[in-house]
Design a protein around this ligand. Structure first.
Ligand SMILES: NC(=O)c1ccc[n+]([C@@H]2O[C@H](COP(=O)([O-])OP(=O)(O)OC[C@H]3O[C@@H](n4cnc5c(N)ncnc54)[C@H](OP(=O)(O)O)[C@@H]3O)[C@@H](O)[C@H]2O)c1
Length: 231
């Protein structure tokens, strides 16, 4: 599938990795639906997309608002690609983590992603099929101290995504789980980035390659790590 003239929904597009994905999709000629919440960050994304040009729409929405997500996706005339990227993370020891924190993380990273996935699949099955890319993390396949709830959410998303892939592949919907290592964004707060982190722009290019692989091929999951610095 080429991205030219395809309708692409990117969640969590107000900043970080999602913004870079929306920008790269727009550069390649897609009609981009950029979903996020924070009005200031959404304005920054709007300005950045406007400098690229092409067709895009800013969609202010919380992925945890099930009826808003359902109504929005149901009303779309078509949907070719969804990048389920919205996510939150916290660092805290188990001992100090209130129960509400794991509920909040699961609500966004798993339930929100589930609703976006389900509604997108419904829409794609009514039309020409499509592709869903779920942004998990390498935390989907390993543990990280002081990030238990986040790691649990990404393990859950991987399981959900693997199952959706098996369920939907014969009906023309490809589902890919993208599992990157550290990305230079502010997900854990400003200035907390890993010095070895990957650039969101480089990774966004990798995402577009996933869409452009021939339709006969489905990449079910992709583990992506920074290349170690040469000595
Ligand atoms: N950064 C890393 O090292 C890393 C590594 C592996 C995987 N990931 C994954 O990559 C994805 C993007 O992370 P990032 O690093 O770009 O983080 P980020 O800069 O903090 O961006 C997160 C995005 O998700 C959106 N979001 C959060 N909760 C939302 C909700 N309830 N409804 C709608 N949008 C919501 C935010 O929107 P608002 O700000 O507008 O609320 C923002 O656009 C996440 O799924 C994350 O787990 C990140």
């Amino acid at each position: 599938m080429t991205l030219k003239d395809k309708t692409v929904l990117v969640t969590g597009a107000s900043r970080g990795f999602g913004r870079a994905i929306a920008e790269e999709m727009l550069r390649l000629g897609a009609h981009v639906l950029a979903l996020g919440r924070d009005p200031v960050a959404m304005d920054e994304t709007r300005a950045s997309l406007a400098t690229i040009g092409g067709e895009f729409e800013m969609v202010t929405m919380d992925v945890c608002d099930e009826s808003a997500v359902t109504n929005y996706i149901t009303a779309l005339p078509c949907l070719d690609v969804v990048v389920n990227n919205a996510g939150i993370a916290h660092v805290q020891s188990l001992i100090e983590t209130p129960t509400q924190e794991i509920r909040d993380i699961l609500e966004v990273n798993v339930i929100g992603a589930f609703v976006v996935m389900r509604e997108s699949a419904r829409k794609m099955l009514q039309t020409n099929g499509g592709q869903i890319i779920n942004i998990a993390s390498d935390a989907a396949i390993r543990g990280i101290a002081r990030m238990g709830p986040y790691v649990a959410s990404k393990h859950a998303l991987l399981g959900l995504s693997r199952s959706m892939s098996l369920e939907l592949r014969q009906q023309g919907v490809r589902v890919t789980t993208f599992c990157p290592g550290p990305i230079s964004t502010d997900i854990l707060g400003s200035g907390t980035g890993d010095s070895n982190a990957m650039s969101p722009e480089d990774l966004a290019k990798t995402i577009t390659h996933l869409v452009e692989v021939p339709p006969e091929i489905e990449i079910q999951e992709l583990l992506v790590q920074p290349t170690p610095q040469r000595q």
